[in-house]
Write a protein that binds this ligand. Sequence first.
Ligand SMILES: [Ca+2]
Ligand SMILES: [Ca+2]
Ligand SMILES: [Ca+2]
Ligand SMILES: [Ca+2]
Length: 406
Amino acid sequence: MLTGWLRRLFPKSPKAVSLRRCNPRLETLEDRAVPAITVTPNTATTGSPGLIAFAQSLVGKGVTISNVTLTGSTAAGKESAGTFTSTNGGSNDVGFGSGIVLSSGKAVDVMGKAPNWNNASGTTTSLSLPGDTDLDALIAPTQSHDATILEFDFIPSGNTLKFDYVFSSEEYLEYVGSINDVFGLFLNGKNIATVQGDDPTTPAVETNATVAVAINNINTTFNKQFYHDNTTGKPVAPYETEMDGLTVVLHATGTVNKGQVNHIKFAVADASDTILDSNVFIKAGSFTAAAPPAKAEPVLFKPYRFIYRPATGLYYGIFNVINIGNKAATGTFHLEFAKTPKGVKVANAQGIDSDSHNPFITLPTHTLPVKKAVRVGVVFRNPLRVPISTFFRSNNLVMQVVNTDT
Ligand SMILES: [Ca+2]
Ligand SMILES: [Ca+2]
Ligand SMILES: [Ca+2]
Ligand SMILES: [Ca+2]
C-alpha cells in the first residue's frame, strides 16, 4: 500500500505530474453537454428484486439465473455498478450500445463529456472497500482493493457460455507496469477473461501465453492489438468515454454444465491502492448459452477414386451427401453440376434445372437424416481424358445439393 502511494506521489514520468496539475476537472458549459454513454447507477442490493433485474439485463437466450449478489458500493452518489446505454450504439465509445458497468470507483465516471470526452487523466474515487482473493491470484503478489463483484448461479440450456466485454481504466497510460488494476470473470471458479499473447512477466516475447485482462497485460507495449488508447488526439479523445484507455471488445467463452447449476462471478478492482478507476463494460444480452439452432446442412463429399471402363469410355464414381446439421432435411434433392472440367459431361444426368440451367441427378431419397451418408453414383463422359485428380482442384468441378421443394 505504502509503495503504491509513493509511486503516485513520485511518479516515474514528470509528464504525468504536469498532466495532473494542468488538467483540473473544471465545470465548464461544455461539460454539461449530453454524454455519449449514459450510466444509470445501481442502488439495488443483494436479495432485492431490483438486483435480479439488473443482472437479468446481461442474460440472453438459454440462461436462467438465480442467487444474484453484488459486492461493492450502493451508497448514494458513490454507486460502483450501473446500467449504461450509448447514444451512438457504441460505435464511438466502448463498441456496443448497452449493458452493465462495474467499477473500482463511481460507475457514472465512465461517462465522457462533450466536446473533449476525456477531460482528466486521473479520475478517481476511493470506495474504501476490500479487494477480492480471486483477483489477487491473477495479479500476485499484488493485492486488490475496492472490488466490485457481481455473481450469480445460472442454468444453461447449451454447453458453451459466451459474452462480450470491454475493460477500461484511468491507470492508462501513466501507471502501466506499476499499478495492475484487473478484471476477472470466474466461471465455476476458473477465470475465462483472458487474452492470448505476450506475458510481460516473462522475458521472451511470446504470442500464445494466456494472460488476465489487466493494466500490465494489455497496453501500448504488450498485446496492443487488444488496446485502444484514449489520450491521444487530445483535446478531443477518440473514444467518447472519460477513461484514458480501453480494450477492444473482448469475447469470453467457457464450457458449462448443461442443465445444471453453474456459477459466474464478474469482478473488477484497483490494485496496490484504491485510486484511479478501472471498469468493465459487459454487453447486454451477450451472456448466452443456448443450444445451437436446429438446421439441416447437406454437405457433399467427393470420391477419391473413379473407375474407368474402356468398354464404355466412361468414368464411374460414388459421391456421398451427408447432412452435417442437427436436423433432418426432407424434400426433393438435386445434385447439380454448376461447372465441369473442359470437355467433361455428366453422362447420367437426369435433366437440366429450369432455373439454374445446370445438369442434375436426383438423390434416391426424400429424407436426409442427420449424419448419415446418402450415396449418389455419378458417371462422367471425359473424351479428353482430363485426369480425375484435377477435377477437385481450382474449382474445376463445382457441385451443390439443392432442395427443389423449398
Ligand atoms: Ca480520463
Ligand atoms: Ca491516466
Ligand atoms: Ca477506487
Ligand atoms: Ca486503480
